[in-house]
Every structure is written in C-alpha cells, then in structure tokens.
Design a protein around this ligand. Structure first.
Ligand SMILES: NC(=O)c1ccc[n+]([C@@H]2O[C@H](COP(=O)([O-])OP(=O)(O)OC[C@H]3O[C@@H](n4cnc5c(N)ncnc54)[C@H](OP(=O)(O)O)[C@@H]3O)[C@@H](O)[C@H]2O)c1
Length: 284
C-alpha cells in the first residue's frame, strides 16, 4: 500500500517508518525540517517537507501522492506546551483530514491518548466517556483530543490509537528525558494516581498492525495500570535514582486504561507487557 506518515520524524514515527518499509509498503514521511529528511530516507521511505498548518500545501501534497492510508502521528510536545499540542490536534488534524478527504484517502490511523477519560476508580475502557467537563487547564488537552478524534472519523475507515504514557528511547522516560531528570533531582513524588504506560516500540508496532485492524478506537497500553506509589520506585531504581517521596492522593481522572479490547478483538501482543520489567530493559 501507499502510506503517508505525518509525524515521520517524531518519537513513534521514527520507529514506525522502517517497520512499514520492511512490510513492503511504499512510504512517504512528512517533516518540516530539511535536516530530518536524510533520517527519513535512510529507512527506505521518501521524505516530503511540509507544515500541517499550511492547508493548501497539505491538499497539494496529498492530491499528488494519493496515498491509500494516512498515519497521523503529529504532536507538538518538544516545547512542552499543551496549548501548542492542542492546536496541532485541532487545526493540524482539520487540515490533514480535509486534504485526505480531497485525495480520497480510504483509511486513517491516528495517535490519541488514554488519559483523557472522565474520573473513575477503575481502568477506563474505550466505552468510558471522555472528560469533556474537565476544568482548565486539563480542558485544553481534552478539547484537542475530542477535535482530533471527531475529525479523523470523517475518513471512511479509521483506527484511533489511544496511547498510554510512552517510555523507552527518546521519550521523556529515557535516561536523558525530562521525567528521568526530574526523578534524578527528586522533583517528583509518588502518588496514588494511576497511569498506564506503553513502550514506544509497542506503540509504533500497533500503528503498523492497525493497517489490518477493524475500524475503531483502541487503548494502546500495557497490561498493568499502576499507582505512582507502585511504578515510580521501580522506575527510580532502574534509573539509579533515590527512592521518591510518597504523597497520598492523586487526580480523580488518573485511573489508567484497559487493553482488553485491542487484545481480544485484534489479537495484539506486546513486546513489553508491563513497565515492571520494561523500565529496566529500556534503560539498559
Ligand atoms: N503518549 C505519550 O506519552 C506521548 C506521545 C507522543 C510524544 N510524547 C513525548 O513527547 C516528546 C516529544 O515528542 P516527539 O519527539 O515525537 O516530538 P514532537 O515535537 O511532538 O513532534 C512529533 C512529530 O510531529 C511533527 N510536527 C510537529 N509540528 C508539525 C507541523 N506544524 N507540521 C508538520 N509536522 C509537525 C514533527 O515533525 P518535524 O518537527 O520534523 O517537522 C514530528 O515528526 C517525546 O519525548 C515523547 O516522550 C509522549
């Protein structure tokens, strides 16, 4: 198939591109940056320079390429601004979807998140409502997620991947990542809030496999949603950092997510089924 990857140079895109090429697909990867082209082309994909906020450029590119599938792995997280990330979800996705519709793209696979669910005490399933009444600043993130998912559903076939918190190479949890640095500096307490993690290799592999998955929305998380008081000491140990301070409580929406649906309906098998062993493996 001919596959267009928006976000080809991102933390997931970089791992996904070679997998798509090896699976025999003709792949075009998008970046805004001349200096990223070489890395994209080394995977065997073709690189195209474009900015998703340039609507006409997106239409021209997709009309020319006419891909069978668009994989949307765009985020704007390098600057650490949730407003910028919401903008790419809202305006960027709008442009990408409109361009894809004009180019008669039949399938879109898109990156979303698994921590946008309403408050609760058990891991969220895909049936759980999104947290649309969340107060600011969380509201910014939720609005972005809702807009992204709604827009993607305008494509005839769509798979929405609600990823857990990524860990592994080049993520915030890598040795030189932001979270690792905070933990090394004892700036993060272990709370009762529950998170779901996913190794970035499993995240990329899910996007490849989703080419054959039925239309739907899936939590792409590992098997073990965990409280901060459980996972953070394990992660700190793997990093060689001191044990974190404990702080009781957590946000009511910090409930983690269940991967039952994607395992049962798509037969997804994880390379890293739990952070419990995955953190140490990924930091070796
Ligand atoms: N679920 C999660 O926990 C999750 C998910 C994603 C990322 N993250 C974290 O966020 C950090 C940064 O992520 P990242 O390295 O993937 O970088 P990023 O800055 O979020 O960029 C991701 C991708 O989007 C592209 N992009 C951004 N704005 C664009 C625009 N206006 N037009 C076209 N393309 C655009 C980038 O391309 P160019 O910059 O090459 O143009 C890149 O390919 C990582 O360390 C990771 O841990 C976490």
């Amino acid at each position: 198939m001919k596959i267009f990857v928006a976000g080809a140079s991102g933390v997931i895109g970089r791992l996904l591109l070679p997998q798509l090429v090896q699976a025999g697909h003709e792949v075009v990867g998008m970046t805004r940056k001349e200096e990223q082209k070489e890395a994209i082309e080394q995977t065997g994909a073709k690189a195209v320079l474009a900015d998703v906020f340039n609507r006409e450029q997106m239409v021209d590119i997709l009309m020319e390429i006419k891909p069978d599938v668009v994989i949307h792995q765009l985020t704007s997280l390098s600057q650490g601004s949730s407003a910028e990330n919401a903008r790419i979800r809202i305006e960027g996705t709008r442009n990408l979807v409109d361009a894809a519709k004009q180019a008669k793209v039949q399938k879109m696979i898109a990156q979303s998140i698994s921590w946008a669910y309403e408050p609760g005490t058990t891991p969220a399933t895909e049936e759980t409502a999104l947290d649309i009444y969340a107060p600011m600043p969380r509201n910014t993130t939720i609005n972005g997620v809702v807009a992204l998912e709604e827009a993607v559903k305008e494509i005839p076939a769509q798979v929405i991947l609600r990823y857990g918190t990524l860990y592994g190479p080049a993520t915030w949890y890598a040795k030189n990542g932001d979270t690792a640095q905070k933990i090394m500096n004892q700036e993060m307490n272990a709370t009762d809030g529950v998170s779901s993690f996913v190794h970035v290799e499993d995240a990329a592999n899910a996007a490849l496999l989703a080419l054959d998955w039925p239309i739907g929305t899936y939590n792409i998380v590992d098997d073990e949603p965990a409280k901060g008081v459980d996972w953070l000491p394990v992660y700190a140990r793997a990093l060689g950092a001191s044990a974190p301070d404990i702080q009781s409580g957590g946000s009511p929406w910090e409930r983690g997510a269940s991967n039952d649906k994607v395992k049962n309906e798509c037969g997804w098998v994880l390379e890293y089924p739990t952070w419990r062993t995955g953190f140490a493996k990924s930091l070796r």
